[in-house]
Design a protein around this ligand. Structure first.
Ligand SMILES: [Zn+2]
Ligand SMILES: [Zn+2]
Length: 644
């Protein structure tokens, strides 16, 4: 038989061999790092006997599936350790995930941090014992009998399901521990590095993810082949925790969530709303200068409105259920495009008054599963920096270019430099998704491409990523922690205007359908705020800081003078606070530092005598005495310049 390797070379064998044996023939070094393989593209166990021609790819921790195999073996080791320490624990499932692995146990008590330490220690023993993992298969009745004998009811339930689907029932056994598992796995527990794994956390979970089902305890862990990799991972995890907008949002009193109000329904507190308002004012003013007109539309629409737009048919799973009142059925809106279509239709349009640009900071509601909610980054309510541009086909290029300019002017003001432009195009072969009008698609796609080229922007093209209604530009940002996400978007739409029978009268006096550009610059304001919080760790540049200056009188007798100085700053539009607590100055400084305020102004006897203030900046620390007028000029300039 002929085995084709990844580099194209071919190994020939006269008789059947395991993938492991073939790997050994390739190189012993590769064999030592191998965790699994792909046989003709399918992830397989190295124990698999190969008896015919195939393509073989050996996987190590550096491959996504190889990494999963490694972590999945670590998960078995964890389950074995739990069974040794807590024999009454019932096993459920324990897969590898994107980052590490977890295992759900049915146990009487919640695991404490000390329990996790004990489990880790026992895992180290199991690794030291270097137990062999043996794979075997059983017919369903015997498999059920085996798991019944071990008193594992969840496994019995799973086996019955696999058997119903006609799947083979396979197990992996290591020492006294036997696990229902499809694999693949490494050969010995000793292959998991004893000092490069960690149990990260534990929380409640439910059998089959059903909150009405049996409550379980889930333990998360992660395993690496090298200790340095674990250290690096833990360092990043620590940083992510420090940057987490939910923690900072709470500490800096920006927003709160409240179960009584509702899951995924964050509420902005005065400081958070101040920042929110700055963002809203910023982008609205910018849009007004760019010829946008703003509107205000309600958070609900009738189901008929969403049937007309097509959302009811295609987007219903992401919407809250409808509510009936009198003879109408309403739905909380997931997006406000249909409202804006109706606003356009309210007036007669001619080519002379196009483009029409309708903007709104629109409150939208989407149903997100509770497990995916994340502070203000992903809520069930959010505000979209939305706009719809109604244009003639000839105006597409110009309007698109203006949107792109608006995006990058905004990024400059916010200091956003780490972004990636993606031009999403149709897949001409996918006639199911994309409506058939090659000329229209080609014109539109070329228009967008030309604009990006003219602006000399770096971008990648992704075929088949366009929405069914037209091509789009996405600008993705890479946050300090977490995955890349789409911040700004501009999408061409040839379908929606027709669904709403929108028209304009063209030069030839006949009615034509306008093209719509859906665009968002700051995206969802809520999510943008989460992004800003995590990027700056709450130390916002002065122009964005909810409190820009905090006055700290050294003693109570300096309060009147502090108030007098503060009024001058406030008259200049600077956001100030006074710490009038009778506390030591060191304590007040530390608390202003915790609040990450850009400037502290200390006033004492010397300042009153010399008619000065003493400035402490977040950037430079103690800057010494200056006059209030000089400071007003300096901070006003800094705010106007939107200094970083
Ligand atoms: Zn398994
Ligand atoms: Zn839209």
């Amino acid at each position: 038989m002929k085995i084709t390797l990844k580099d194209g070379s071919i190994l020939e064998y006269a008789e059947a061999k395991t993938a492991a044996d073939i790997t050994r023939d390739i190189s012993m070094g590769l064999f030592r790092n191998a965790t699994a393989c792909k046989i003709d593209g399918a992830v397989s166990d190295l124990r698999t006997v190969i008896d015919g021609d195939c393509a073989l790819e050996v996987l190590t921790f550096d491959d996504e599936d190889g990494k999963r195999t490694y972590n999945h073996t670590a998960s078995h080791i964890m389950a074995q350790a739990v069974k040794r320490l807590y024999p009454d624990a019932k096993l459920t499932i324990g897969p590898a995930i994107e980052n590490g692995f977890y295992y759900d146990f049915d146990v009487e008590n919640t695991f404490s941090p000390e329990d996790l330490d004990k489990i880790e220690a026992e895992m180290k023993n199991i690794i030291k014992e270097n137990l062999e993992l043996e794979r075997f298969e059983l017919p369903a009745p015997e498999a059920i009998a085996l798991m019944e004998s071990k008193n594992e009811p969840y496994k019995v339930e799973l086996i019955k399901e696999h058997a119903d689907k006609g799947e083979a029932i396979s197990f992996y056994k290591q020492g006294e521990f036997t696990e229902l598992c499809a694999g693949p796995h490494v050969f010995k527990t000793g292959q998991i590095k004893h000092n490069a794994f960690k149990l990260i956390s534990n929380n409640a979970a439910y059998w089959r993810g059903d909150s009405k089902g049996k409550a379980l305890q889930r333990i998360y862990g992660i395993a690496f082949p090298k200790k340095e990799q674990l250290d690096e991972y833990l360092r990043k995890l620590e940083e992510a925790k420090m940057r987490d907008h939910r923690k900072l949002g709470h500490d800096l009193e920006l927003f709160m969530t409240d179960e009584l109000v509702g899951k995924g329904m964050p509420m902005f507190l005065p400081k958070g709303y101040t920042l929110w308002r700055i963002l809203e004012d910023y982008i609205r003013d910018k849009e007004i200068k760019s010829g946008y007109q703003h509107v205000l539309t309600p958070c609900v629409g009738t189901v008929d409105l969403y049937k007309t737009s097509g959302h009811w048919e295609h987007y219903q799973n992401n919407m809250f259920p409808a509510m009936e009142v009198e003879d109408e059925t309403y739905v909380l809106r997931p997006m406000n495009c249909p409202h804006h279509m109706r606003i356009y239709a309210n007036t007669r349009h001619s080519y002379r008054n196009l483009p029409v640009r309708i903007g709104e900071i629109a409150h939208d509601f989407r149903f997100e599963a509770s497990g995916t909610l994340k502070g203000i980054e992903r809520g069930r309510h959010f505000c979209q920096n939305d706009a719809h541009l109604f244009v003639t086909p000839e105006q597409i290029k110009d309007e698109f270019a203006k949107v792109v300019d608006l995006i990058f002017e905004t990024y400059k003001d916010f200091g956003i430099t780490d972004y990636r432009c993606v031009l999403s195009l149709r897949d001409p072969a996918d006639t199911e998704k994309y409506h058939q009008d090659d000329e229209m698609w080609d014109t539109a796609e070329n228009a967008l491409r030309e604009v990006l080229n003219d602006l000399d922007l770096d971008y990648t093209e992704e075929i088949g990523e366009a929405a069914f209604y037209g091509p789009k530009l996405d600008v993705n940002v890479k946050p300090a922690v977490g995955a890349e996400y789409t911040l700004s978007t501009c999408q061409l739409d040839f379908c929606l205007p027709a669904k709403f029978n929108l028209t304009y009268i063209d030069k030839d006096n006949t009615a034509h359908t306008p093209v719509v550009l859906h665009r968002a610059i700051l995206g969802s304001l809520d999510r943008f705020m989460a992004y800003l919080i995590e990027e700056t760790m709450g130390a916002f540049p002065t122009w964005l800081a909810p409190v820009q200056v905090k006055f700290l009188p050294i003693a109570d007798r300096h309060q009147d003078y502090a108030r007098e100085m503060m009024e001058k700053l406030e008259a200049a539009g600077v956001r100030c606070e006074l710490d009038d607590r009778s506390e030591k100055i060191g304590f007040k400084i530390r608390s202003a530092q915790m609040e990450k305020i850009p400037y502290m102004i200390l006033v004492g006897d010397k300042d009153i005598e010399a008619n000065t203030i003493s400035v402490r900046s977040r950037k430079n620390g103690d800057e010494g005495a200056t006059s209030i007028d000089e400071f007003v000029a300096r901070i006003k300039n800094e705010i106007e310049e939107k200094a970083k």
